[in-house]
Design a binder for this molecule. Sequence first.
Ligand code: GDP
Length: 440
Amino acid sequence: MFESLSERLESAFKQLKGEGRISEINVASTVKEIRRALVDADVNYKIAKEFTDKVKEKAQGEKVLTAISPGQLMVKIVKDELAALMGGEAAELELKATPTIILIAGLQGSGKTTFSGKLANYLKTKKGKKPLLVAADIYRPAAIDQLKVLGSQIDVPVYSEPENKNAVQIAENAIREAKQQGNNVIIIDTAGRLAVDEAMMTEVANIRQAVKPNEILFVVDSMTGQDAVNTAKAFNDRLDFSGVVLTKLDGDTRGGAALTIKYTVEKPIKFVSMGEKLDTLDVFYPERMAQRILGMGDITTLVERAQAQFNEEQAKKLEKKIRQNQFDFEDFREQLQQIKKMGNLKDLMGMIPGVGKAIKDIDISDDAFKGIEAMIGSMTPYERNNPDVIDGSRRKRIAKGAGKEIQDVNQFMKQFDQMRQMMKMMNKMGAGGKGLKALG
Ligand code: GDP
């Protein structure tokens, strides 16, 4: 995401490398580069100009401290300004009302239905809510089926009336049903059109009038660049929505929509959607996004993803096994499974500062673990619990069972052994009182 913008900004900052101080001349040429980079990322020229004028003003007003180079100072100023442009603080969903009614609007294909499923999943698993999904698309029967499939995957009920052609009525009936069934959040997925269209707007506006939603979320495909911003304007003029959802940020988007929607419609981006899996929804944090754009990674999100998978009891058990030098293949497999649950591997690695750029052209699919898992799967439980018994003939059998070459198994065994040696060494350091604690 935003790779080309990140690269361009980085090369703009490079101009300041080696400079001892901020001067009018070096700031001017850096700022010009930043402006070009933004325009190429599909940021409207007027916004880009205003942005860089602010950056220039700030940079020239700063006294460069000896501890910080002009390059670093510029990165900090640009990061703060990018975060401010995208909204500054994160905007929370308004969930106080019972039931909370959330209306979802947007063009067809923007990712509305997928997002509705993701939002239901998020509210259920992260906020302890009992959502009801409502299929209010009366034109495409397939949309009802799609929502039902999503609902069944996350075990959330879906309300629909396939024969009813009145979307307002469906929404009203759904609210009655939710109250009866004790659902405290109602997510209404409305019909979209391929382009902004008066009949669609009127229909959504009518639903809005009838059900008085607590939130109206406008869903938009971030790959559509400036069009996304224009569509947002049209929807906001009619619906006065409360927040924006940017989808398909996992794709090759240049960034313009993410950077300028907030500025243009004065409504916050509340969520970003990064994939087709139902657990790839993130609350939008302008500051973290600015860091990612500048190649600083996003350790906060990475840690949060890890914490979501963290199970204290399991962690204690694992720690004990490592302390007693008993880490085995069963533990290894468990760890792999936990990492996989945290999300797409490349996406995760991209959150580590500096790594995103380094791996951008490398194909890291989630299949990376498959070979290892197949080898562990091909071991007997006894072998998994006692890695040391795995001799030559057992290796041959494991390779065959996993569809691998014996060299693959040898290499994996060697790596596993090195890992255990490292753990042993750390344990010894710990016993001497100079363990990891002393390092941290
Ligand atoms: P709707 O017509 O607005 O309801 O859009 P859908 O939810 O049916 O999504 C349209 C297409 O985009 C589907 O193929 C989805 O799988 C895909 N899609 C939705 N959200 C994302 C996303 O965040 N990333 C990617 N890569 N694809 C998405």
